[in-house]
Ligand binder design. Structure first.
Ligand code: SF4
Ligand code: SF4
Length: 446
């Protein structure tokens, strides 16, 4: 097994302070089940799942309680056994209100009967493997939440030649993927072999940033005797190396076209947490009922990487990490670059909760936005070759159609432009508004 440096340098990028030392060396701890779990029907990209249970129902761990409602959607399962107390709207990390199933655990944590994997997966039909992944409700656990069974079913006219396993975890502070690679490398290897079989690909690259030598070592050991063209590609430590398009370019030199997908250049990218969930579904037959997330930040008494049941409130999650030792100025669901600011801790953990970050007052600055000084730093930092300053002017003037012409939809909302701007222009916010407008027009047309 080779360990190689990624061959290409993708455009743009920034070097924020990573602050991973707060939780990097903390082993994954299993959190006890909270007294109430609120399981959202929207834990993935696409249509929210349709609730399958009602108030008063008894449920078992792994029982399907939400049914995928469309092609881009995912099933949802009970994270433990207990009683359904309500099916009611609950806030999500992005500020929406979505139906959630409230479960009062019975303390037995009893799995539903019939949980079993596909033992002879190496000889199984790929359709059977994909159906098992769909049944298990797996969606991208790096944060994007794209339903995995859809990603693993590219159309026949999009042949895949390269599988990239994304262990970059380029967001500052977050260390959950790093701990998964250190502690579960062997299971991730099995997940890689399963995906490789499903996609019939020969080339596999495990992408890890150079600031994670322990992850590189653990994966190298676990993959030592794997057959075929499998390599660890060490990426330069630079944000956003974890973004799919940047990673594909850094490793293969191929550029995903504007408005295109990785499959357009023969690639599929799967996060290490997703790969582990695939292994758990195929080998053990288990649907997604928990995930590892990083609870961190200077105010947190005891930052941790936590194995937590889905539906656990952020309040309970923080309590498991000993609360906060000083004032908190900002709470972010996810990482500081692409995460979502939270007004309180009411939101509950989902399959996409990669982290929960608390920032102290001295780490948060309130800037007044000033006029653009045309310094070009945002253009230099943009990994998507966009012109954030130009787009921002257009979007401020509500020239949405013009912004669409300038490819605002290619923006990956990484925040590199805002981070670099000396005038503190709300660039990424403008991009989000522009993209929302385009999406609305598309929906209207449909
Ligand atoms: S947020 Fe969008 S416009 Fe800004 S740097 Fe990232 S991709 Fe470019
Ligand atoms: S970084 Fe800020 S000030 Fe510089 S060109 Fe971009 S928007 Fe203008």
């Amino acid at each position: 097994m080779n360990i190689v440096k990624a061959l290409f340098k993708s455009q743009g990028g920034i070097h924020p302070k990573y602050n991973k030392e707060l939780s990097r060396d903390k082993k994954i701890e299993t959190m006890p089940i909270a007294p109430l779990l609120k399981v959202s029907m929207s834990q993935h990209l696409g249509a929210p799942a349709k609730p399958l249970v009602k108030k008063g129902d008894l449920v078992l761990r792994g029982q399907q309680i939400g049914e995928a409602a469309g092609f881009i959607s995912a099933n949802v399962h009970a994270p433990t056994s207990g009683t359904v107390k309500a099916v009611a709207e609950a806030p999500t990390a992005i500020g929406a209100k979505i139906p959630a199933i409230e479960i009062e655990p019975d303390g037995e944590d009893k799995w539903i009967d019939g949980i079993s994997g596909i033992q002879d997966w190496k000889n199984a039909d790929n359709k059977e493997l994909i159906a098992k992944i769909a049944e298990a409700g797996i969606s991208g656990m790096g944060g994007a939440g794209f339903p995995t069974h859809v990603k693993l079913s590219p159309p026949p006219n999009k042949p895949i030649d390269t599988l990239i396993i994304n262990g970059a975890e380029c967001e500052p502070y977050l260390t959950a993927d790093h701990r998964l690679m250190v502690e579960h490398a062997a299971e991730i290897r099995t997940g890689i072999e399963i995906i490789r079989k499903i996609l019939s690909v020969k080339t596999v690259r495990i992408a890890i940033e150079s600031n994670k030598p322990e992850s590189i070592e653990a994966m190298n050991k676990a993959l030592a005797d794997i057959d075929g063209d499998v390599e660890i590609a060490v990426l330069k430590t630079e944000y956003p190396q974890g973004a799919e398009k940047q990673q594909i370019f850094a490793i293969t030199g191929k550029e995903v076209p504007s408005a295109g997908l990785p499959m357009d250049v023969g690639c599929v990218v799967e996060n290490v947490g997703t790969t582990l969930a695939i292994q758990d579904a195929i080998i053990n037959g288990k649907p997604v009922t928990e995930r590892v997330t990083t609870v961190t930040g200077n105010p947190v008494t005891s930052p941790k990487n936590v194995l937590v049941r889905l539906g656990t409130s952020y309040t309970d999650l923080l309590e498991f990490c000993g609360s906060t030792k000083n004032d908190v100025a900002k709470i972010i669901s996810g990482g500081p670059m692409m995460g979502f600011a939270q007004p309180n801790l009411d939101v509950c953990t989902t399959k996409t909760t990669s982290g929960l970050l608390f920032l102290a007052p001295k780490e948060v600055y309130n800037y007044e936005s000033m006029p653009c000084i045309s310094c070009g730093r945002c253009v230099e930092a943009c990994p998507m070759n966009l012109m954030p300053s130009e787009l921002s002017f257009m979007l401020e003037a509500e020239e949405f159609a013009e912004a669409q012409e300038l490819n605002v939809m290619d923006c990956i909302e990484c925040g590199c432009c805002s981070f670099s701007c000396p005038a503190h222009r709300p660039l990424v916010q403008h991009m989000k508004q522009g993209k929302a407008w385009v999406m609305l027009q598309r929906r209207k047309k449909q």
